[in-house]
Design a protein around this ligand. Structure first.
Ligand code: COA
Ligand code: MG
Length: 289
């Protein structure tokens, strides 16, 4: 999961484009990009599009449902689970308990649709409420086999805490949002799942997107969400481990093997111990896709 492209669920035209964008995941959105009046129509379109594409598309298909506080989530699931999406994105997730609650609902809808238990993954957005940010550790306590990763959002959180903006005059996220970002990386690592970076909304600014991707990859995120097809190729590029990084990781793994798997060794005058080995193994797993 390097690139995850949001597509408004009520737009057949954009949905078709989304599947030819090269994104690893197409997220059919039933939440913020669809008006309340359009939700029923978007559910019908989403189900039809998933059914039409799920066999042939190279991308995984996720659906972002409406959060539990809206009372719309059950109808979203009832409409789309029969079409068998690969996963559900849960916005405004408050803690691991919300993941458990969604897993319970999925279990019922999967059984009713004749799909095996656990067929549908869950990707929560964990920083859209203050409670969510403060509960980042809870995803490890309730680690669920359906949990595909954690991702974060800065727009709804600004509204939640009453911040007028989430970036300063230089374009950097302000403290509350940097904390939310950091807690996403820590919460995901604690739960043993992928950390996925949030969207970059200025979709014509490719330099800005690149800078944000590079920073995210450096800090431990392994993918990023997109809102426009033009962002996908760049995200895929930055989150694909480079040939040099792969070659170096191979050297590290080989050195440990040749030395009889010790705790620590030296390569080219530098110390490497178990965390370096684990990091190298993880990078190779990511490079395999
Ligand atoms: N998925 C698929 N196709 C998309 C797309 C997306 N997210 N965003 C744009 N496109 C398509 C457009 O339909 C257009 O195709 P067309 O010329 O055949 O009609 C083409 O790409 C170029 O689009 P462009 O003119 O540059 O942008 P726009 O003004 O049409 O759309 C947005 C801008 C922001 C409205 C649009 O990118 C969008 O809907 N993004 C997703 C929003 C979303 O899901 N938000 C929720 C998560 S934060
Ligand atoms: Mg939102």
């Amino acid at each position: 999961m390097r690139s995850l492209l949001f597509v408004p669920g009520d737009s057949e035209r954009k949905l078709e484009k989304g599947f030819s964008s090269g994104a690893d995941v197409v997220i059919v959105d039933l939440e913020d990009s669809v008006s309340l009046d359009d939700k029923p129509r978007a559910r019908t379109i989403a189900a039809a599009v998933i059914a039409a594409h799920r066999a042939s598309a190279s991308a995984k298909i996720y659906v972002r449902i409406n959060d539990f506080s809206t009372g719309l989530g059950d109808d979203d699931l009832a409409a789309v689970v029969p079409a068998r999406p690969d996963g559900i994105m849960l916005p405004k997730c408050n803690s691991g308990a919300d993941v458990q609650r969604l897993a319970g609902l999925l279990r019922v809808f999967e059984a009713e649709s004749g799909w095996e238990d656990g067929a549908t993954a869950i990707l929560p957005i964990v920083t859209e409420t203050a409670a969510g940010v403060l509960s980042a550790a809870s995803y490890a306590e309730t680690t669920h086999p359906r949990l595909a990763g954690l991702t974060w959002g800065a727009e709804d959180l600004a509204t939640a805490v009453g911040a007028r903006t989430n970036r300063d005059e230089r374009g950097r996220y302000t403290d509350v949002f940097r904390l939310a970002r950091s807690l996403t990386v820590l919460g995901a690592s604690h739960a043993g799942v992928a950390a996925i970076d949030t969207v970059f909304v200025d979709f014509r600014d490719m330099d800005g997107l690149r800078a944000e991707c590079v920073e995210a990859e450096r800090d431990g995120f392994t993918g990023k969400m997109a809102i426009h097809p033009a962002q996908v190729a760049l995200i895929n590029e930055v989150f694909t481990p480079s040939e040099e990084a792969v070659a170096h990781a191979r050297d590290v793994v080989a050195a440990f093997e040749q030395a009889g798997n010790p705790g620590v060794l030296a390569i080219g005058g530098k110390m490497y111990d178990r965390p370096h080995l684990r990091g190298a193994q993880r990078l190779l797993a990511r490079a395999r896709g």
